[in-house]
Design a protein around this ligand. Structure first.
Ligand code: GRF
Length: 211
């Protein structure tokens, strides 16, 4: 299913790629990206932060950086299909309105429909806290611990129509310690995510990634 991946244009310092970051929670990944963008000469900038949850504290990181930041909660429809498509249509409308060129999922906890993915394919990137294809889904750290593996990590990938699938752009591994729980593992994986994701977005913006 689905069409081709169309990568973003090759951007420049003078004309950086326009990013939207989609979050659902605390937004530590968003914060690391915003810090990277203000600390380095990079070819991308965040122009929009959206959250599906009104309570997402990470929205404040966007606001603090002067970036247009808004919750887009699910609307009240009894039909879940209508609810989902209406929500995605609103997100898509906001992305177009802000002339977004790359959509960065950073702890966004909703699965996107093929309709949405089809519009953004190749310009829709995700970070997942495991070494995909192992441990997809919302509980990667818990699943890593119950499987008893000794190495985990994170994966940056282009999003396709599946769940935590799509071309892998980068992975970084870290050891699982014998005394790790899901929280300690998450903390250590996030540290790695916070340097890997901005680096890969740098590469995508510079045209250094091909499929
Ligand atoms: C990250 O570990 C990311 O990989 C996962 O959700 C977490 C988001 O954390 N998809 P935060 O909201 O950026 O702190």
């Amino acid at each position: 299913m689905g069409g081709e991946f169309i990568l973003p244009r090759t951007a420049s310092l003078e004309d950086p790629l326009r990013l939207a970051v989609l979050i659902s929670g605390g937004g530590s990944g968003l914060l690391s990206l915003l810090e990277h963008q203000s600390a380095t000469n990079c070819k991308h900038r965040t122009v929009l932060v959206l959250s599906d949850r009104e309570s997402a504290s990470g929205l404040q990181h966007g606001i603090d950086s002067g970036v247009k930041s808004a919750p887009v909660p699910l609307m009240d429809f009894s039909d879940p299909v209508v609810q989902r498509t209406t929500h995605e249509e609103e997100i898509h409308r906001l992305l177009i309105e802000s002339e977004v060129e790359l959509v960065v999922l950073s702890g966004y906890m909703r699965i996107l429909t093929p309709w949405f993915v089809g519009h953004w394919k190749g310009r829709l990137v995700n970070i997942h806290p495991s070494l995909l294809p192992d441990f997809p889904g919302a509980h990667a750290h818990r699943d890593v611990l119950s499987a008893g593996v000794t190495v985990t990590g994170c994966t940056v990938h282009l999003v396709d129509e599946g769940v935590d699938t799509g071309p892998i752009l980068a992975q970084q591994s870290i050891p699982v310690k014998s005394n790790d729980d899901a929280e300690s593992l998450q903390d250590r994986v996030k540290q790695v995510e916070h340097s890997l994701y901005p680096q890969i977005i740098d590469m995508l913006s510079s045209g250094e990634i091909s499929l």
